[in-house]
Design a binder for this molecule. Structure first.
Ligand code: ARG
Length: 459
């Protein structure tokens, strides 16, 4: 059996239970390829600064290339005794290339090494996620494009409020995702800084060139304080907060899909491949995917709280607590990635039922505000108009009909300003068309919004 890396200092070997408790290799091996990239850049810098020999560098490069192949081929033997991904790779390197492998860790600590690996991992995850957000946005646009004239009720308090187009409703989610992407993009700048060179916590006595490593690894700069570099995980927390917001947006959307798909509402159908049946009730088609998105939002929100709590009690600088950052972070990336991927597909599989949407919009006096606005345009103060229309709604409710079904003479009891041009205003189409300004639901405005969105996605 291998002796522990630090056995020189200890009188007895680490207990088996403790080894298993402290080991992270089962999950941090996900960082392996980033660890290798970081090591290659570090070694290159050490050589360029005259700290290790050119021969050492080429041995290290050869060894790490082989290790990379072994890992990709699934042939690398991970050992729990070697605790984590870093020590596993370093040990194998030494086995392969001898002393050069032992020189790699010069001027470096696992503290700055792991912080670097996590940042490289997260930067790459963010880039993938930004692409996935775009795919979902473009699926939304493809659906919205066909529905700028599809009228549905807009709700407040889940009560029918005013008519809107289905496209306008979808475009609300486009906007949320646009901000989500902006947030990720912004967070990426703070992820993209190099900790290496901080070593354990105080920096190193070797004449290193941190900027060179930063440039080799594509970082925008170096972390400017060595204690901060190894100890903070705010970049991971910030990312997870962005992820929580994305999931929260998709959770709201999911809630709507579930509601819309309920036979009581029947606004849409979701393609069968995103649903499941019931083992007992033969008639069932359940919206499992949106329900799971709603459920998994709780899971990601939980990871955010886990990371915040992990950080809050830690004195500077590095503490082993930080090893616990990985599982919540990896799971957040994984969950969000799968969710975005499946969502883009599912939006493409939504079947819209315009008749059901329209008939729902015709119930609940969705154009009452339009009638009040009509009166205001004829000179009635808004509060008086509001009152007059409220009385008209009460009258229609008693008659069991819509506002548009009330005869002109009857409508005029509520205001003498009402004339026969009122019926245009009471129609769903008239209501939509009148909200003709940027951000409004008028079909031409929504078409313009979709066109702007396409330009944005192409840029
Ligand atoms: N596996 C550790 C982590 O994930 C690597 C750094 C360990 N450093 C240490 N001094 N124990 O944080």
């Amino acid at each position: 059996q291998d002796k522990d890396t630090w056995s020189g200092r200890f009188n007895e070997p680490v207990a088996e239970l403790v080894k298993r408790y402290t080991a992270s290799v089962d999950f941090d091996r996900k960082l392996a390829l980033f660890d290798i990239r970081g090591s290659l850049a570090h070694a290159q810098m050490l050589t360029s600064c005259g700290i290790i020999a050119a021969q050492d560098l080429s041995d290290i490069q050869r060894g790490l290339a082989q290790i990379e192949n072994e890992i990709i081929a699934g042939e690398f033997e991970w050992s729990l005794d070697l605790e984590d991904v870093h020590l596993n790779i370093e040990k194998r390197l030494t086995t392969l290339v001898g002393d050069a492998g032992k020189r790699l860790h010069t001027g470096r600590s696992r503290n700055d090494q792991v912080a670097t690996d996590v940042r490289l991992y997260l930067r790459s995850a963010i880039d993938d996620l930004l692409e996935l957000i775009k795919s979902l946005q473009s699926a939304l646009l493809d659906l919205a494009q066909h529905h700028t004239h599809t009228i549905m009720p807009g709700f407040t308090h889940l009560q029918v409020a005013q008519p809107i187009s289905f496209a306008h409703h979808l475009m609300a989610y486009f906007e949320m995702l646009k901000r989500d992407a902006e947030r990720l993009h912004d967070a990426r700048h703070r992820v993209n800084r190099l900790p290496l060179g901080a070593a354990a916590l105080a920096g190193t006595s070797y004449p290193i060139k941190r900027e060179m490593v930063a440039e080799l690894l594509g970082f925008e700069g170096v972390c400017e304080n060595s204690l901060d570099a190894v100890s903070d995980r705010d970049f991971a927390i910030e990312f997870t907060a962005c992820a929580s917001l994305i999931m929260t947006h998709l959770s709201r959307f999911s809630e709507e899909l579930i509601l819309w798909m309920s036979p009581r509402v029947g606004f849409i159908d979701i393609a069968d491949r995103f649903c499941t049946g019931s083992s007992i009730m033969p008639q069932k088609k359940n919206p499992d995917v949106p329900e799971l998105v709603r459920g998994k939002t709780g899971r990601v929100n939980g990871h955010l709280v886990a990371l915040l709590t992990l950080m809050k009690g830690q004195p500077l600088a590095y503490n082993k607590d930080n090893q616990e950052d990985k599982e919540p972070l990896f799971d957040t990336v994984e969950t969000l990635t799968q969710t975005l991927r499946i969502y883009a597909d599912m939006v493409g599989g939504i079947k819209v039922k315009p008749e059901a949407m329209r008939s729902a919009a015709l119930q609940g006096y969705a154009t009452a505000t339009d009638l009040a606005d009509y009166l205001v345009k004829k000179g009635v103060p808004f509060r008086d108009a509001h009152e007059a229309v409220a009385l008209a709604v009460r009258f229609a409710e008693q008659k069991g009909c819509d506002l548009a079904d009330i005869e002109l003479a009857e409508l005029q009891q509520f205001s003498a300003h009402i004339a026969d041009d009122v019926y245009q205003v009471l129609s769903l189409e008239g209501s939509l068309a009148s909200r003709n300004h940027i951000g409004g639901t008028a079909p031409n405005q929504v078409e313009a919004a979709i066109a702007r969105a396409r330009t944005y996605l192409a840029s």
